[in-house]
Design a protein. Structure first.
Length: 490
């Protein structure tokens, strides 16, 4: 049975009337004179966090006239630069805050600077003058670089395409060249193949007089962990490679390169098999974080990246890592991933606690914090996800106490924006302001017998997340300019 229903335009006036009849407690999300990103809720603390994050994010935007072009700060504050890891994490939060031009330009700067001379690295950090940041670059043979970065950027390009529909992320020749070189030459040059990675050395591809090089031990650091010496392989590197290659396989499929996509996906899965077979420590209920140059394994950190990138897939292992993340202290950069991550695993109360902790943190001015909060609230608490390839937009409210209702207006997505109200965790109204129809996949936590569209039942499907948390959903065509309201009931 087809679960999608095309809503006749005759429903437009009825839908608008229904919206207008709502209590004055809620904003009129169909009001076209309200065209800026806005938040409303009974939860005034959450509103304050969101508004602060939006304003702080805006404060990091540079000048279009700078030599690098449109950009925003995504590095240690006051460097006037952007780093590969940071923009790969910040990009969706920045899209939400209206910085799509900056994202496309910054990602282009990274992919166009990959080169054989740098052993198929690009620049780790670029400043507003369109130069590699001097703080971590001397020349092509002497610079700082974390090997995760190419794969993280590749995954971010795919996610940006899904959110925006901007095909340059998946079809521009400069991007395609970066993806191809990363999946082949880069992996070979740094001995990252699944059957060779465990035999690699901690320091590779250092040429010339080593004593004269500033970055001799970090030009090709196999981790985002920068304080542990003698690392040759790490769990966060394996996780980033797994996700980046899976995303590249999806890009190849979108470009109708099915055979190559299948080969790349098999390669990605080989890293997951390696991780599951060698890296789990049953004694501690945790994955090892590091393999050192002497082949010893050790634990460290919270193992957040294996969850973020989905290489940890066994529910009992995921639960164990989540418990560690809840209780172990971490830095603000890592914590900025938590609001979205805990929502993705059905733990909005924990996500809300970290939202509050980030807002109060003395290092909250690190640019990743504001972006992470925006993404955590919109894509986590409100559960907004976009899939341009299928022209589908999903919502799944996970409102934690004390959030009784939440409205988000003019969220940039696809070719325009959407506005929505979650009246609670089982009723949502949405208006399509993108300029074209899309399929709305309205999800609600739990198992529900019916989902009603303006009182009329739709076909209901059931699903579960990685931990088995159940949800119910229905799909409906959402024409432009129309406000629809769906409610789950038993």
């Amino acid at each position: 049975m087809n679960t999608r229903r095309l809503i006749p335009l005759i429903l437009l006036s009825a839908s608008l009337c229904a919206c207008q009849q709502q209590s004055s407690l809620y904003p009129d999300i169909a009001d076209t004179s309200r065209n800026e990103l806005q938040i409303s809720s009974n939860d005034t603390a959450l509103v304050s966090v969101f508004r602060w994050a939006s304003e702080r994010s805006e404060s990091y935007v540079g000048e279009d006239t700078d030599p690098v072009g449109p950009w925003y700060e995504a590095a240690l504050p006051e460097r006037e630069a952007f780093c590969m890891r940071d923009i790969s994490h910040q990009c969706i939060g920045e899209e939400i805050n209206g910085h799509g031009r900056q994202n496309l330009n910054m990602f282009t700067r990274f992919v166009e600077n990959i080169s054989e001379a740098k052993d198929y690295c690009t620049y780790w950090e670029i400043n507003k003058d369109n130069l590699p940041a001097p703080v971590d670059y001397e020349n092509d043979q002497d610079f700082w670089y974390n090997l995760n970065a190419n794969f993280d950027l590749m995954d971010a390009c795919y996610r940006l395409y899904l959110w925006t529909g901007e095909r340059r992320y998946i079809s521009d020749p400069r991007f395609l060249n970066f993806f191809r070189l990363t999946s082949r030459e880069y992996i070979e040059r740094w001995q990252l193949e699944p059957d060779r990675i465990m035999q690699r050395r901690a320091v590779m591809n250092v040429r010339g007089d080593v004593s004269q090089k500033r970055f001799k031990r970090v030009r090709g650091l196999p981790s985002y962990e920068e304080s542990v010496p003698h690392l040759k392989v790490t769990g966060d590197l394996l996780a980033t490679m797994f996700r980046g290659l899976h995303s590249y396989a999806s890009i190849l499929e979108l470009n109708d390169e099915k055979a190559e996509a299948e080969a790349v996906r098999r390669q990605a899965e080989a890293y997951a098999q390696l991780y599951d077979s060698l890296w789990w420590n049953p004694a501690s209920g945790n994955y090892f974080s590091y393999c050192l140059d002497d082949d010893t394994f050790s634990e460290g950190g919270t193992n957040m990246f294996p969850l973020r990138f989905g290489i940890a897939r066994q529910p009992e292992r995921i639960q164990s890592i989540l418990r560690l993340m809840e209780t172990e202290e971490t830095n603000v950069e890592t914590m900025s991933y938590y609001p979205l991550l805990f929502c993705q695993y059905g733990k909005p109360e924990v996500a809300r606690r970290f939202i509050d902790e980030l807002y109060r943190n003395e290092r909250r001015d690190y640019p990743e914090v504001s972006s992470g909060l925006l993404e955590g609230i919109v894509c986590g608490i409100a559960g907004v996800q976009a899939h341009a390839a299928e022209q589908t937009l999903s919502t799944c409210p996970q409102l934690p106490a004390p959030t009784e209702w939440l409205a988000l207006e003019n969220i940039p997505v696809f070719s325009g924006s959407i506005s929505l109200i979650h009246y609670n965790n089982r009723k949502t109204a949405l208006v399509n302001k993108t300029g074209e129809a899309f399929v709305w996949r309205a999800c609600f936590p739990g198992e529900w017998a019916q989902i009603l569209l303006d009182g009329e039942p739709l076909a209901v499907r059931q699903g579960a997340d990685a931990l088995g948390n159940r949800y119910s959903y229905a799909e409906v065509e959402c024409p432009k300019g129309v406000t629809l309201t769906l409610e789950a009931i038993n």
